[in-house]
Design a protein around this ligand. Structure first.
Ligand code: NAD
Length: 334
């Protein structure tokens, strides 16, 4: 099980990381500005397009140059792109070295550090190559979010709001309503509590289905199937979090239409999305629908040849179900 620690500032990181003997810090040129890096660190260019084999190769080569051993520690310091690649490299180096993650984006704090998914994009397919390899520790420093661009912050908020719906209780939902202004002002103590509540939800799902084989962990894909297809249709000009938030609007609409989702639950969920500026207004025009459907069909979350959507039967009650093309059309066309 991964230990999660919250630190109040990056100054606390140095002493904690010093306790690890023989380390390789992996970061990118944006996240690297947040700390004094050890000289042995590897600094990659930022962005999803760098999440590829050549970058992983550079990490592994540096580990070899430094003569790292199996008990050496790979430290991923950055957003989800860096963490996924550092984790992958650590998982295959000498059949598995030690791994510590320090996420520096909101999305990576609430979504990419727990659950052990590692990987990189291959031949244009996102996360095609990867392993399951949980980190031994995750160090969260909410203070690092101060420098995060607004669009990246919003992208992470989309995932936090998703966790509020999947939670077995309404604690996170209420917290997000009561602390909206402080969250948007990025007050560290409030972000810290928001991240803690959000991670509790993720932990609930991943501990019951660590390798995503029972359909329980797949609930964390709420909004993703609708949303990924929008991201793909719009040439990835829509951020991941925006896509997921839009997808949740559509999942609630489809759920209500099919009698799966109670109207009062859907309307309270939609209010929370709107409070955080995720309006879900964008619609898929008739002449775009066949391309949108093709993007849905290429979604990797297929099971037995059919794409499963996550609909909600109420608070914390996700259900996985295929949808007829006509039901998808109704959900996304208004
Ligand atoms: N392993 C998992 O379970 C999991 C879950 C969700 C997403 N992911 C992966 O995570 C990736 C997306 O992660 P992301 O949204 O963090 O993107 P990212 O890693 O590309 O980071 C977004 C941008 O923010 C910059 N950045 C990072 N920290 C910063 C900071 N504190 N201040 C200023 N700039 C900073 C980065 O350099 C980058 O330009 C995707 O590749 C996705 O597949 C993995």
């Amino acid at each position: 099980m991964t230990d999660v620690y919250a630190l109040s500032s990056v100054d606390e990181l140095g002493p904690v990381l010093k306790d690890y003997d023989r380390t390789l810090m992996v970061t990118d040129s944006n996240a690297s500005k947040l700390v004094d890096l050890p000289s042995s660190s590897i600094v990659l260019p930022p962005g999803e397009c760098e999440k590829r084999w050549e970058s992983v190769d550079r990490i592994l080569s540096r580990a070899l140059e430094l003569s790292l051993a199996r008990d050496s520690v790979f430290i991923g310091f950055g957003g989800g792109v860096i963490l996924d690649m550092a984790s992958f490299a650590s998982s295959v180096y000498m059949r598995g070295a030690r791994l510590v993650l320090v996420p520096t984006t909101l999305l990576s704090m609430v979504d990419a550090t727990l659950g052990g998914k590692t990987g990189f994009d291959y031949h244009g397919i996102k996360n095609l190559v990867g392993t399951f390899y949980p980190a031994e520790a995750v160090l969260i420093v909410p203070d690092t979010l101060r420098t995060l661009p607004e669009s990246e912050f919003r992208s992470g908020l989309g995932e936090v709001v998703k966790h509020a719906f999947l939670s077995k209780d309404r604690k996170l939902h209420e917290f997000l309503i009561e602390n909206h202004d402080a969250i948007m002002a990025r007050k560290s103590d409030v972000l810290s509590e928001m991240i803690r509540l959000s991670l509790e939800v993720k932990i609930w799902y991943i501990t019951r289905d660590p390798e995503e084989k029972k359909g329980i962990r797949s609930a964390l894909n709420l909004g993703h199937t609708f949303g990924h297809a929008l991201e793909s249709l719009r040439g990835f000009s829509v951020s991941h979090g925006e896509g997921v938030a839009w997808g949740m609007h559509k999942a609630f609409r489809a759920g209500v239409e099919l009698g799966v989702t109670p109207e009062d639950f859907a309307s309270s969920a939609v209010s929370l999305l709107e409070l955080y500026g995720f309006d879900g207004d964008e619609s898929i025009a008739d002449d775009e629908f066949s391309r949108y459907l093709a993007a849905i069909r290429s979604d990797k979350k297929k099971s037995g040849g059919s794409v499963k959507f996550v609909l909600m039967e109420g608070q914390g009650l996700p259900v996985l179900t295929p949808l007829a093309d006509e039901d998808i059309r109704k959900a996304v066309s208004c």
